[in-house]
Write a protein that binds this ligand. Structure first.
Ligand code: F2R
Ligand code: MG
Ligand code: MG
Ligand code: MG
Length: 344
């Protein structure tokens, strides 16, 4: 067994879980005080105390569906995935789902899952959703298919289109999956060059962002534009204020204004950030992502997945994990996915 790779699988899925659970209480706030967050993380990550667990939201509920879809079918199977999302939603509807994705679940059920992509295609008068719901759950795709970039891209698209068919929603999921793959294949002890990391993503998106469906988009390369901003902000370092990051990259539920932000959070948190006091770069990633406000559960979850895939689960503070719902189950599912990938 490749001990490091198994640890990266757990790190990625636990990173996604912790970002979701710890970010959820702040979702929708404009900017979150770094002092308040420092106390929050110090308390939850310090000596263990009994407290109600921080509940996960739709981000993790849907990640689990995708994980179990891959485990049961040895790969993505869209009709089964559509069923799993729908059953999960009707079992636990109060997980903070996106406003419009709920219509997809109703239609899928009414139409008996005949066309697993049909209801998503009909969203927004046929334009499809550009929300970050595809990207926020994509980690299992990256982990299962990481050996082939074309498989990652294809399966990120297929799994996303069950709920999100707008090109910006789909390409955001592709970008997040590729970022996780890059982390998975990096040495956590080695030197990571943030500029190189984002250049590699840029090159992948240059081939993905073609207006191949003749959509006549105003800007056919929006993710490449956002990745240029990521590089500019990384170069500025401490000179870039949180407000500037928030304004230029965004912190909304739109994939275009949250996936590049999550990637930036991981890369920025490689080194110290003012007012965030921790030597642990995994924890720094989550604290920073949440501090930017907006879609905090989802941006922290996506940044956490990239960071966890880079550092592995040994960087995830034990007591922080214990305060998050289902952390043992997620860790076990990561091991099952790792075992399946070894056999594939
Ligand atoms: N929904 C939320 N947060 C809202 C508050 C939740 C509250 N705290 C609670 O507990 O209830 N969070 C979750 O939703 C995001 C993922 O959303 P998803 O799955 O992409 O959903 P949807 O509905 O498809 O899209 C989200 C919104 O984006 C806008 N939008 C998307 N496509 C559009 C288009 N083509 N034209 C116009 N608008 C479009 C709409 O406002 C959608 O409702 C995550 O943050 C997750 O945590
Ligand atoms: Mg959520
Ligand atoms: Mg998810
Ligand atoms: Mg969210």
């Amino acid at each position: 067994m490749d001990i490091l790779m198994a640890s990266k699988y757990r790190g990625c899925l636990l990173g996604a879980l912790l970002g979701d659970c710890l970010g959820a209480p702040y979702e929708g706030e404009s900017l979150v005080s770094k002092v308040v967050l420092q106390q929050y993380f110090d308390k939850l990550g310090g000596p263990y105390f009994k407290a109600p667990v921080k509940m996960y939201t739709d981000d993790t509920a849907m990640t689990k569906c995708l994980l179990n879809n891959i485990l049961s079918n040895r790969g993505v199977e869209p009709r089964d995935l559509a069923k799993r999302f729908t059953v999960e939603y009707f079992n636990e509807p109060r997980r903070g789902y996106g406003q419009n994705v709920i219509d997809v679940f109703h239609k899928l059920r009414a139409e008996k899952f005949e066309d697993p992509f049909g209801p998503a295609r009909a969203q927004f008068n046929g334009g499809g959703s550009y929300g970050n719901g595809g990207a926020m759950r994509i980690a299992p795709i990256a982990l299962f298919y990481y050996k082939s970039l074309s498989d990652v891209i294809e399966n990120a698209k297929v799994s996303t289109k069950v709920t999100h068919t707008n090109k910006k929603g789909v390409d955001g999921a592709v970008l997040q999956a590729v970022a996780i793959c890059q982390s998975l294949q990096s040495n956590p002890e080695g030197k990571l060059n943030p500029q190189e990391f984002s250049d590699k993503l840029f090159n992948v998106m240059a081939s993905v962002e073609k207006d191949e469906e003749g959509l006549g988009l105003d800007d056919p390369t929006p993710y490449q534009a956002q990745l240029r901003v990521v590089k500019d902000l990384l170069e500025k370092g401490d000179a870039a204020s949180d407000e500037e990051v928030q304004m230029k990259l965004g912190t909304s539920v739109a994939a275009l204004y949250s996936v590049p932000t999550a990637i930036f959070c991981f890369l920025r948190a490689r080194t110290n950030i003012p007012e965030i006091e921790t030597d642990n770069p995994f924890r720094r990633t989550l604290q920073y992502a949440i501090s930017l406000g907006g879609d905090t559960d989802t941006i922290a979850s996506m940044a956490g997945a990239i960071a966890g895939a880079f550092y592995g689960d040994s960087f995830i503070p034990e007591n922080l994990k214990k305060h998050c719902e289902s952390s043992q189950e997620i860790s076990d599912l990561a091991d099952s996915l790792y075992d399946l990938t070894k056999k594939a």
